[in-house]
Design a protein around this ligand. Structure first.
Ligand SMILES: Cc1ncc(COP(=O)(O)O)c(C=O)c1O
Length: 382
């Protein structure tokens, strides 16, 4: 008989004896909500009646079907303040897959992509796979710095700017509408295309419109559904400047299936949107994110909490490097990510840590944030 041995839960290094697990505030994903099980179960039951596997599973869903793309336009309508032309939208296998597709189409091998000085970590992997140079552009609390962006355009002649204006990863900032306009104007002047990553674009209720709606002529906006619905769907919507540019850009890849969405995921998503359940779930994620942001604001000193939007926050303490803060958090039993993990230039001295609010229960979040506050606050009187 095969004996199944449960893997030992990793114990906290300072608490070997009581085997307490660290509270892991590293992963940013959609929070666990009861609406997921209820809503998806209903959609699956509906699918059984309406779906014909023998037809649908034997077809590729290149770009997504017409219905998929109409549903995408409906799902994005509140964010864009208008119903987009479905012809501009394609469905890809998640944001990472969309980035691979877009960067290989828009940037020649050896070409340059500008990115925020701290950014989504996997963009480095994608750039390395494609043989592209990443050049960092400085950030402030509003996001990408226009002067630094313009200087980098002059110096490096990039093909693309990849940026995360809404709930920046990791700094949690939301770029103002004015800054978005300025960035778009600079990009247009220098002939630079923008790839805007809207990973958390649908989560804050008060974010300015995407750069894709301010400057649709030069922007590719990618809205992954991993944070507002579920990471396991592996679907992202890509909004192209126009239907014609979309076809022209992906012409080389049109017969390659690596980016075609899975028919099962796409059908599930389609019916989830058409039944209204996807909107209800995104609403629930927005409310939960808001609630958790309020908890963080209550539990953490305002001097430490630099920014909080969507599903994560950014903590920083003057004179404390992110790696030191991460070590202090670890010693207190909390796992977080340090600024250095997001640095495009490998800068290990950057201040700040990213703390996810999303991937633990509400109870564990309170414990984790309380431990963090104690571990990172300076002793009284200093
Ligand atoms: C900024 C950003 N882009 C993309 C992703 C990944 O998205 P997807 O699951 O759609 O590939 C993440 C997830 O962590 C992210 O933070």
């Amino acid at each position: 008989m095969v004996q199944i041995v449960e893997p030992r839960a990793p114990s906290h290094p300072n608490q070997e004896t009581n085997m307490q697990k660290p509270i892991d505030l590293r992963r940013v994903t959609s929070p666990l909500l009861s609406e997921i099980d209820e809503g998806v179960s209903q959609t699956l039951a509906g699918l059984r009646e309406r779906w014909q596997p023998s037809t649908e599973l034997r077809q590729h869903r290149r770009l997504g079907t017409e219905r998929d793309r109409h549903a995408a336009a409906a799902f994005l309508a509140a964010r864009y303040g208008t119903l987009l032309d479905p012809g501009r939208i394609l469905l890809a296998n998640g944001t990472q897959n969309a980035l691979l597709l877009l960067l290989s189409a828009l940037v020649p091998r050896g070409g340059t992509v500008l990115v925020e000085a701290m950014t989504y970590r996997q963009i480095r992997d994608v750039a390395a796979m494609l043989g592209l140079n990443l050049v960092s552009v400085a950030l402030d609390e509003d996001g990408l710095l226009p002067d630094a962006f313009e200087a980098a355009c002059r110096l490096h002649r990039p093909s693309v700017l990849y940026c995360i204006p809404t709930v920046q990863n990791p700094s949690a900032s939301i770029m103002s509408a004015e800054r978005r306009q300025i960035v778009a104007n600079i990009a247009r002047r220098h002939g630079v295309a923008i790839i805007e990553d809207e990973a958390q674009g649908l989560i804050p209720r008060d974010a300015p419109p995407p750069i894709g709606s301010i400057a649709p002529d030069i922007t590719w906006s990618v809205t992954g559904l991993s944070k507002c619905l579920a990471v396991g769907l592996r679907i992202a919507y890509v909004v192209a400047p126009s239907a014609a540019i979309l076809h022209e850009t992906i012409a080389t890849f049109e017969d390659m299936a690596f980016w075609y969405v899975s028919a099962v995921s796409a059908a599930l998503l389609l019916h989830h949107i058409e039944s209204g359940a996807a909107f209800a779930l995104t609403d629930a994620v927005q409310r939960e994110a808001q609630h958790r942001q309020e908890v963080a604001a209550r539990l953490l000193p305002s001097t430490m909490l630099k920014s909080g939007h969507g599903l994560h926050i950014w903590l920083s303490y003057p004179g404390v490097r992110g790696d030191e803060a991460r070590a202090a958090a670890f010693n207190a039993g909390v796992l977080v990510r340090s600024a250095s993990e997001y640095s495009v230039d490998g800068d290990r001295d950057l201040p700040g840590i990213r703390v996810s609010l999303a991937d633990v229960s509400r109870e564990d979040l309170i414990v984790g944030l309380t431990l963090l506050s104690g571990a990172l606050s300076p002793p009284a009187g200093t």
